[in-house]
Design a protein around this ligand. Structure first.
Ligand code: ZN
Length: 137
């Protein structure tokens, strides 16, 4: 079995953003794996990796929905916010998920219709990492 590990780095200038990382993950065909699995996970508890449509309206809707569920302000509403202000980011990450697993078939990511991989940043303005691990033959 082959294994391949790589980290992707992000420094999002805003607090929140959704970034399509599909090209970077597809670029990891350098792993030489033709049949297997790729795991992609955020290495931070205030960021997500998820799969959905690359459609700007939907991304706006996610932002509004997440802000309704876990509003950033007022920061004093959260017990976690003692000396920091990112409790909402932890909750947003919990909803949007930590990782995705995608099948690799014939050397390609075996997606469903319109599926794309996104990095969801909920507490940006600092350097963060995403792990890509590929296993297979
Ligand atoms: Zn925190």
């Amino acid at each position: 079995m082959k294994t391949y590990r790589k980290e992707l780095f992000f420094h999002v200038p805003t607090r929140r953003a959704f970034i399509n990382i599909t090209p970077e993950v597809e670029g990891l065909r350098a792993s030489g794996v033709k049949e297997g699995l790729v795991l992609v996970n955020a290495m931070h508890i205030t960021a997500s990796v998820f799969i959905n449509d690359d459609e700007s309206g939907l991304h706006h809707d996610y932002e509004a929905w997440l802000e309704k569920l876990a509003p950033h302000e007022p920061v004093a509403q959260y017990r976690h916010n003692k000396g920091e202000d990112n409790a909402d980011a932890h909750m947003k990450r919990q909803i949007m998920g930590r990782e995705v697993v995608v099948a690799v078939t014939d050397g390609r990511l075996d997606f469903g219709t319109w599926e794309q991989i996104f990095y969801g940043e909920f507490d940006g303005r600092r350097r963060k990492r995403v792990l890509v691990k590929i296993i297979g033959e």
